[in-house]
Write a protein that binds this ligand. Structure first.
Ligand code: ATP
Length: 248
């Protein structure tokens, strides 16, 4: 397993967000985490990436139990985890090239200019946007910015990808292109991923496995059809609500 979570608990004061979460992310697979707003999906991926600590439970990332890690070990582990943020988190004052160089230059010492250029060009090519290399983020469409954000993560060759709402705010055609890119990334970079999304087309296209977070636990895990075959009222209403939303 790339990620393995057992009996994970996390509260903020009286707010008990995660209440016994179990989840496995097999190597080389995309796992989609679904759930209504405020159910703790972001809290979960923040715990996996070390931005929050769990109250109790076991979280193993690439075979390492994260509660035992010191700051230096966390920094090393984080280099293997790519985080694709909802807003792409690009630096507006930097060109695409500079945005992509940034994590590389900061984290990998003694790279030559030629090596940096090669990495930037390779990763841009793999998201189909080599031609934008000298453009500013403000000159790009939302879908292109999303691709550049993913490329900036891929430049560090992550073993794990965490995608937070990868298709939010994009038109249906661009959503499908981003879903295809997510699948290409899995094949080409052999990444194991967690995707948080409300977009059921995204869940269906990219998810090898889906997991539905409800009342602080995963109530249902399986393929798209297995999860939504459920008669459970909250799963049906999640499906109907998001299905309708996606069609508008
Ligand atoms: N650092 C924090 N301190 C206090 N409460 C927090 C903190 N982080 C998250 N929460 C609370 O935990 C709950 C779950 O938040 P989370 O952001 O994980 O929801 P989510 O499922 O990702 O929602 P959405 O789909 O809207 O992004 C929310 O009630 C939120 O207010």
């Amino acid at each position: 397993m790339a990620i393995s979570i057992r009996e994970l608990y996390k509260s903020f004061g009286d707010l008990h967000v995660l209440r016994g979460v179990d989840l496995d992310v097999p190597k080389g697979k995309n796992v989609v985490v679904l759930g209504r707003s405020g159910t703790g999906k972001s809290v979960l991926i923040k715990i996996i990436s070390g931005l929050l600590t769990a109250d109790r439970g076991i979280v193993k990332v690439l075979g390492t139990e994260v509660s035992r890690l010191n700051e230096k070990q966390w920094r090393e582990l984080r280099l293997k985890i790519g985080f694709s943020f909802q807003n792409s988190a690009l630096y507006d004052s930097m060109t695409v090239r500079e945005n992509l160089e940034f994590p590389l230059v900061r984290n990998v010492k003694n790279l030559s200019r030629a090596e940096i250029n090669k990495s930037v060009e390779e990763v841009l090519d793999s998201v189909g946007l080599l031609r934008t290399i000298n453009q500013m983020p403000s000159e790009l469409s939302g879908g292109q910015r999303k691709r550049i954000g993913i490329a900036r993560t891929l430049i560090m060759n992550p073993e794990i990808m965490l995608y937070d709402e990868p298709t939010a705010g994009l038109d249906p055609t661009t959503c499908i292109e981003i879903n295809e890119l997510i699948n290409e990334v899995k094949e080409r970079y052999h990444t194991s991923s967690i995707l948080i999304t409300h977009d059921l087309t995204c869940a269906k296209m990219t998810g090898d496995k889906l997991a539905m977070l409800l009342d602080g636990k995963f109530v249902r895990q399986g393929t798209f059809d297995e999860v939504f075959a459920s008669d459970e009222e909250q799963i049906r209403s999640f499906y109907n609500y998001n299905f309708t939303e996606n069609k508008v």
